[in-house]
Design a protein around this ligand. Structure first.
Ligand code: GUN
Length: 287
């Protein structure tokens, strides 16, 4: 028996349709949602991701502002660009594409963004709200994964979920979102002992390592009929791959995401949704 392939493109399309309608509604109120992106340096993968985000904005009628900055920019120069965007009332969302060049500090950079324009949900304010079950803007990949569960009617109540990622962008926000849905969540990482035992006990495994030379999630590591969400994307043997081989894992899992075409499109769709939320917030407080 093979499981069900989770088609992130189809689910993302349904989110985009809702966003498109919300954009039209905001337009009638005189608000033209706008996302500003900041890309620093020449990382080709980051450049592709930012381009995809711009294209998706265009598809749903969200305006964009594109800032491409020199790889050697200083922290204070970057901070003043963010400050300008924070006070620009025509900009509703600000996204600084990660990772950053070495001279820049991720916390200093992301926490400079106004929490009201923080479409990545990375500011201390929004992270705190999420931990207190009061989230407004949540990191895009985790909320995209929650949307996948919702779309497929997957009930998380009492489920054992193993996360193989502890990053600010993925593992930590997911932990809170899953806990809110009454899942039992275990966060595993590079120092976890007996990772296979945790995975074999899990109803759902969400993996995001992104280095096939170090880690592959194999069918032997999962329980029959479990659900596998593969967040990773990396280049391996000339191909874009996740942490698992979809064709193999789907023989044992009840649901699984392919790479590409699984979680990736959801991340972009949720960014659009967050931009609309940020635009609504700004319009409510008259900025
Ligand atoms: N780099 C990889 N994923 C993301 C993301 O969701 N947001 C930002 N800003 N950078 C990323």
């Amino acid at each position: 028996m093979t499981g069900i392939k989770i088609d992130g493109k189809v689910i993302a399309q349904s989110v985009k349709e809702r966003v498109r309608k919300a954009v039209e509604e905001l337009n009638t109120q005189g608000v033209n949602p706008c996302l500003a992106t900041i890309l620093i340096g020449e990382n080709p993968a980051s450049a592709t991701y930012v381009k995809n985000k711009h294209n998706a904005c265009q598809e749903v009628g969200i305006a964009t502002k594109d800032h491409k900055l020199d790889a050697n920019i200083t922290q204070s120069e970057l901070s003043s660009i963010i400050d300008n965007l924070n006070s620009d009332s025509s900009v509703h969302g600000i996204l600084v594409q990660l990772p950053l060049p070495k001279q820049l500090d991720e916390f200093t950079t992301t926490s400079r963004i106004s929490p009201l324009k923080d479409v990545d949900g990375l500011t201390p304010h929004n992270v705190g709200l999420l931990a207190m079950k009061k989230a407004v803007l949540v990191a895009c990949t985790p909320s995209g994964i929650m949307e996948i569960f919702e779309y497929h009617g997957i009930n998380l109540d009492g489920k054992n979920v193993v996360l193989i990622n502890r990053s600010n962008l993925v593992g930590k926000p997911l932990y809170h979102l899953l806990l809110e849905k009454n899942a039992t969540v275990v966060t595993c990482h590079s120092r976890t002992k007996n990772l296979t035992e945790f995975c074999q006990a899990a109803d759902i495994v969400i993996t995001g390592v992104g280095d096939r030379n170090k880690f592959t999630l194999t069918p032997e590591m999962i329980k029959e009929d479990s659900i596998v969400i593969d967040v990773a994307i990396s280049r391996f043997q000339e191909k874009l791959v996740g942490d698992s081989d979809f064709d193999k894992i789907i023989q044992k899992a009840s649901f699984a995401t392919p790479v590409p075409g699984g979680v990736g499109p959801m991340t972009v769709a949720m960014l659009l949704k967050n931009t609309i939320t940020a635009a609504s917030l700004s319009s409510q407080i008259g900025r």
